[in-house]
Write a protein that binds this ligand. Structure first.
Ligand SMILES: NC(=O)c1ccc[n+]([C@@H]2O[C@H](COP(=O)([O-])OP(=O)(O)OC[C@H]3O[C@@H](n4cnc5c(N)ncnc54)[C@H](O)[C@@H]3O)[C@@H](O)[C@H]2O)c1
Length: 262
């Protein structure tokens, strides 16, 4: 029980990596607010974690709305009857496309959700986290937060922004005891990944296998690996870690890699 009685909030948690993290937080003894712009999904995920509603509730929040983020934090504090200890700003969107061919609205939405949404989430959360003696603010960046990839330049820029936000906030709020870190996952098998791959390939299953084979370890990180990383960074085991982006990438960012024929 690494997070016994911690009060946690996860955005973008109706499914995928965020849902896995919220589930693990509760398994580690925490209470959690499962939030997502998909309200029915958030409620369903929270119910599946704790049908009694004592340790998990679902709340609608579109992180690109400043008002929604403020409301989420107020609802969480009311549910916990205490400040938030761990806030995982996970919600994010991506798209694949050559910049000269992408509609302006897709670009605007990716920046609104990934950059502004992370900033609004942090701004709202920090009002509460600064009242906790064990505060941890976590973000989800991406492998594209530390290295580029063709056809994903806007996504890459938005995820680099999170790495910068982590550094700035770690310095700004370290003196108040708030640790600020990010997790940067490589491709993980979730609806998010499959939607990105479907933009450029007909056989998504084969594409997933190829991505795995391109990694030094030969496998994709799993949603459970992501949850492990989130628990570690939120827990006292990481008490001296702040301003850090933790790669969860099966070795993909270590260098240029070519698998030797078997
Ligand atoms: N899956 C991967 O391969 C991968 C790799 C690196 C980084 N990431 C990052 O993880 C995050 C999501 O990935 P996932 O795999 O969990 O995706 P997912 O598609 O499985 O789930 C994303 C969730 O976010 C919600 N969401 C979207 N926009 C939102 C908004 N404006 N406000 C609140 N909720 C919103 C969706 O409704 C959905 O429930 C993103 O930040 C993404 O950049 C994913």
């Amino acid at each position: 029980m690494l997070l016994q009685d911690y009060n946690t909030v996860v955005t973008g948690a109706a499914r995928g990596l965020g849902a896995a993290a919220a589930r693990r937080f509760v398994a580690e003894g925490a209470r959690t607010v499962v939030s997502d712009m998909d309200e029915a999904g958030a409620l369903e995920c929270a119910r599946s974690i704790d049908p009694t509603g004592r340790r998990a509730i679902g709340v609608r929040c579109d992180v690109s709305s400043h008002e929604d983020c403020a409301r989420l934090v107020a609802t969480a504090e009311e549910f916990f009857g205490a400040p938030i200890d761990v806030f995982l700003a996970h919600a994010g969107v991506g798209f694949v496309g050559r910049l000269t061919e992408v509609e302006v609205e897709r670009i605007r939405r990716a920046i609104e959700v990934n950059v502004l949404g992370s900033v609004f989430s942090a701004q709202a959360a920090l009002h509460s986290l600064t009242k906790s003696p064990r505060a941890s603010l976590l973000f989800t960046s991406s492998l594209q937060g530390v290295m580029g990839r063709p056809l994903r330049s806007v996504y890459t820029a938005s995820k680099h922004a999170i790495v910068g936000l982590v550094k700035g906030l770690a310095l700004e709020f370290g003196p108040q005891g708030v640790r600020v870190n990010a997790i940067a996952p490589a491709a993980t098998d979730t609806p998010h990944l499959r939607a990105m791959l479907a933009a450029t390939t007909a056989d998504v299953d084969e594409a997933v296998r190829n991505v795995a084979a391109s990694m030094p370890l030969g496998w994709l990180p799993t949603p459970e690996d992501f949850a492990d990383a989130a628990v570690f960074l939120a827990s006292p085991a990481a008490r001296s870690i702040t301003g850090h982006t933790l790669l969860l990438d099966s070795g993909a960012a270590a260098g240029i890699f070519k698998r030797e024929p078997a």
